[in-house]
Design a protein around this ligand. Structure first.
Ligand code: N01
Length: 538
């Protein structure tokens, strides 16, 4: 792209063309009639689902909940094939949405943004891309995803490795041929747990490098039956209502009983039934699993016993079940044959707690116990979550203040939607919103609808600028912290919710843990009562 001499002007620039950016484009363009440019770094739409093409990549949310609900026609038209959609199917869905709503003409691909500066002189956002192209717009809306900046640990020696290495979030489009190869996977979070069983089937030998043992619930994936497909379409409104009013945006309610209020046999039977049903709904068997350590221990013990039962090698079983955090205090993975994979002859497990990685060598990974020879290393090591993709860009607000500096002690937003000092900047599923603690499509729709209504209000009232007050952001930060402290989530020291997975990142609990339904009510009330906490300027 040739750098443009004068910037191209739009009403709004949206950064990212995943679930969030595409829906925001549709609303601003077709509902409000604004001129909008979506700038997307990838060479296709889809965001997370464009980049995360690792083997086994699929969504842990059930397909009938991992979709847009804003269009009844779209809900009725689209057919999912499996209980949990695979990455290619989600990408097909998002491409279908782009075509069906004629979004592509306003999306510019292969365009990475380097800087976005608010100029006090003209009240506009001035955006510059990596290739030097420039844009100006009144509104700047980030739709960059919560888990999009890859975290590749700085392990010494990687540059000398003579084999191939990949991060799961930047997977080559042509795929990776594991046949006959000795493969090492570092990381046993949701991604590693999805990828490991699939890689084990393809590779000659797989070594799993586990630093933190993890819980996982069987997904019980399978093709959707015609009855279920009919149910999901016929009851779409009810399903949407449940997702929008409960704590986590999933299509099920959390049971209203304590794990400690039932006898041991009944509790065990309830866990068995949830284990047999599979999926994230396991968390919903009791209402206090994330609030009460004793309640949580009952779930944790149940899962540990399952691991010991499934994994035949007692040494491996011990390492896999030696879990140091409460169940679901880190995002609980959902798997298809994860623990069973360790019964394969070609799968080895390395406990990095006992024998840490010392370095990567030209031919493999050396731990304190010796060298593991490898042809391929897969980093399933997660993301610089929630703030990483925002802070990669040089974002500057009033008076040239820098978001990197303003957030050097942790992100500070009001409702996860706006940042004081950055007028007319909106952050879809930004830090301080339920975001990653919630099934994302309903949360994205809620944010986009709120932002759209806010911009409409500004138009109607002749308001030029909106930004939160410092006080409102400060109060919200305290609420975010208090909501986390009311759960077991804040007790985990080594969690990406806290930024603890990225060296040097400030420790601050980033998502709002007070529940999606409650959060939605709060946002609605703010809009209904004239945007208290925001400064509106004509
Ligand atoms: O990343 P993670 P992820 N040496 O950060 C380990 C979402 N998601 O990509 O725990 C050795 O959870 C690290 O160990 P430790 C979902 O929200 C959604 O798996 O830090 N190991 C951990 O085991 C999820 O939570 C879907 O000790 C190192 C792993 O790498 C989020 O993405 C599917 C290391 C990273 O786990 C992130 O999941 C998949 C090092 N230097 C994921 N550095 C859907 O269903 C890190 N690790 C939509």
């Amino acid at each position: 792209m040739t750098p443009s001499a004068s910037p191209r002007a739009y009403d709004a620039i949206v950064i990212g063309a995943g679930f969030a950016g595409m829906y925001q484009l549709l609303r601003l363009r077709d509902t409000l009639g604004l001129s909008v440019r979506v700038l997307e770094a990838g060479s296709g739409v889809g965001g997370t689902w464009f980049w995360n093409r690792y083997p086994g990549a699929r969504c842990d949310s059930e397909s009938h909940s991992y979709m847009y609900y804003f269009s009844k026609e779209l809900v009725q038209e689209w057919e999912w094939t499996e209980r949990y959609p695979q990455q290619p199917e989600i990408l097909r869905y998002l491409n279908h949405v782009a075509d069906r709503f004629d979004l592509r003409r306003d999306i510019q691909l292969d365009t990475r943004i380097n800087e976005a500066h608010y100029h006090d002189t003209d009240d506009l956002w001035h955006v510059r891309t990596e290739s030097g192209e420039t844009f100006v717009a009144r509104w700047l809306i980030t739709a960059v995803g919560c888990l999009s900046a890859a975290n590749i640990p700085r392990i010494p020696g990687l540059e000398d490795f003579r084999g191939a290495w990949y991060h799961t979030g930047q997977w080559p489009h042509e795929g990776v041929d594991f046949a006959g190869k000795r493969v090492g996977v570092i990381g046993t979070g949701s991604t590693g747990i999805q990828a490991i069983p699939v890689i084990a089937e393809q590779a000659a030998h797989l070594t799993v490098f586990q630093r933190t043992a993890n819980y996982s619930i069987p997904a019980r994936n399978g093709p959707l039956t015609p009855e279920f497909k009919r149910y999901a379409k016929a009851r779409a409104d009810d399903i949407r209502y449940v997702m929008n009013t409960n704590a986590n945006g999933h299509p099920f309610r959390v049971a209203d009983r304590s794990a400690l209020s039932v006898g041991e046999d009944e509790r065990h039977a309830l866990y068995e039934a949830a284990w047999a049903k599979g999926g994230l709904e396991f968390r919903a068997v009791f209402r206090d699993l994330l609030q009460d350590r004793a309640a949580n221990d009952t779930a944790a013990e149940f899962i540990r016993a399952k691991i010991l039962e499934i994994v035949k090698d007692p040494g491996k079983a011990r390492i896999l079940s030696d879990i140091d955090h409460p169940f679901a205090s880190k995002r609980p993975p959902v798997d298809s044959g994860y623990f069973e994979t360790f019964n394969r002859d070609n799968v080895e497990l390395v406990n990095l707690r006992a024998t840490p990685i010392e370095r990567i060598t030209p031919t493999g990974i050396r731990t304190a116990a010796g060298e593991h020879e490898l042809d391929i290393i897969v980093f399933a090591t997660g993301f610089d979550a929630m703030t990483g993709s925002l802070l990669k860009m040089d974002i500057r607000g009033r008076g040239g203040r820098s978001l990197r500096e303003d957030w050097s002690a942790g992100p500070r937003t009001y409702l996860g939607l706006q940042v004081p000092g950055y007028p007319n900047l909106f952050t879809i599923t930004g830090p301080g919103s339920p975001s990653v603690l919630c099934n994302l499509p309903p949360q994205i729709e809620q944010h986009v609808d709120w932002i759209t209504a806010c911009i409409r209000h500004m138009h109607e009232q002749g308001i030029a600028r909106i930004e939160p007050t410092e006080e409102a952001a400060g109060r919200w930060q305290l609420e975010v912290e208090a909501a986390a402290k009311a759960t077991l989530l804040a007790d985990v020291k080594h969690s990406w919710y806290l930024g603890a997975n990225v060296p040097g990142k400030p420790r601050a609990f980033m998502p709002y843990a007070g529940g999606f339904g409650r959060y939605r009510d709060r946002c609605d009330e703010v809009a209904r009562t004239g945007y208290p906490g925001f400064r509106l300027e004509r």
